[in-house]
Design a protein around this ligand. Sequence first.
Ligand code: SF4
Length: 413
Amino acid sequence: MAGLPTLSDPAPGRGRSPARARSPATPRKGPSRGGWPTALVEWFQREARPLPWRETRDPYRILVAEVLLQQTRVDQALPFYHRFLRRFPTLDALARAREPSVLKAWEGAGYYARARHLHALARTLVREQGGRFPRSARELSTLPGVGPYTSRAVAALAFGERVVALDSNGVRVLSRLELSKGGPAELGERADRALGELPPRAFNEALMEFGQRYCLPRRPRCRECPLRGECLAVRKLADPGVFPPRRPAPARVREEEGRGVLVSPGGRVLLHRRPSRGLLGGLWELPGGRIRAGEEPRSGVVRTWKASTGIATRVVAELGRLEQEYSHRHVVVHVFQLAARGRVPQEVASARWVRASDLPRLALPRVVHRMRPWIEEVLRRHRAGEEGTPGSFAPGRVKRNPRGPFGRGGNGA
Ligand code: SF4
C-alpha cells in the first residue's frame, strides 16, 4: 500500500500492498526484544489499514483528518473527509470560503465548532503566515483552536517531529500495557520514553489504530492481541477491560421542543439561523424552542415561535414527532404547521424565508433533515392550493384565515 509508515517512515507513495496490510495478526507469546513499542510498530507494519491521510504529508490534509477523528470513528469519518477536501482541497481554498459553505461541507459530521475552528485557523495561517504551517508542536499549539493533541499529531505525522499525540485510544493502550493509573503528565512522559528512537509517524498511527482495533474500551480482544506477551494488564488483572477506571457517563437529560413550519404566500418557509457559538452553531433550523415542564407542546411552539421571531401564530396541524440524541441530551421534537395571526414582517432577524429548492444548499442539523419530508409536503400542498390538514398528518384541523396569514400586501417571502 502506498504511503504506509514503516520503521523508517519512507516518503509517501512507497510501502506495502493492501493485501499484505490486511494479513492477520499473530499473537505474540512472550516479550519482544524491543518491548511493546517495537512490537506495536511491527504490528502496524503488518496490519495498518490503508487510509487516505496516511498517503500524504500535507499538514492541511492531516489536520482535517485529525480534527474529524477527534469525535468521529474512522469508518464514519471517511466520507466526510473526502467531501470536505473535494470542496476545499487546500488551506487557501478553505481560508477564502464563507462560513456557511464551510458548515455545509461539514454537514452531518456533527460537532460543528470543529469546522469553524478549522476555518478560523486557515484564515489565520493564510493572513499571518502566508499559508505555511509551523513545523513544531510548540509553535502549532500557539495557533487559535489548536490544542496539545492536534499540535502534536500534525507535528509528528506531517513533519516527523519526535512527539507523541495521546488521544483517548493512546491513553487506554498505554495505561494497560504499562498498568499505569497516571494522569496526562505521567502518561505523556511514558509515551515519550516509549517512542525512543522509533519513527514518530508510525508510532503515533500505530497507537491510535491499535486502540481502535484490539485494545477496545470495554471488551479488549486480549486473546488474539499481538501485544499480549508485552501487556501488564492482561498478566495482572482478571479483566483488563475495566482498566483504567472510567468515570460513569452522565445521564442524558430529556427535553421537549416545539418547532413550527410557517409558509408564506410566495411558498417559502421561515428558517432561523442558530447563534455561531454553541451546539449546532450557525446551522439553520425551524423556529421554536424548548417546551417548559407541564406546558402543552402546542402552546410551547406558539410561545417559542413568538419569542424567536416576533411573529404571533396559531397551530394548524401537528406534523409529527421525532426523537434525537445529542451527547448529553435526549430531545423529543414536536413539529407543527403554523399560520400567522396578522401581518408578518418580510425581514426577521437571524432568519430567512426559503424555498424547498434552497434546502439542499443550506447547512441543516440532522434533526432538520429528518423533518424535511414534512416541510416539503406542506410546501407541496401550498403550491397545489390544498389548504387543510394533510391526510397523513395527525391530528389537527386547518381553518382558513379570511385575510390570509400574511395580511394585506403580503411580504414577498
Ligand atoms: S492484551 Fe488486552 S489489554 Fe493488553 S494491550 Fe492487548 S488488548 Fe489491550
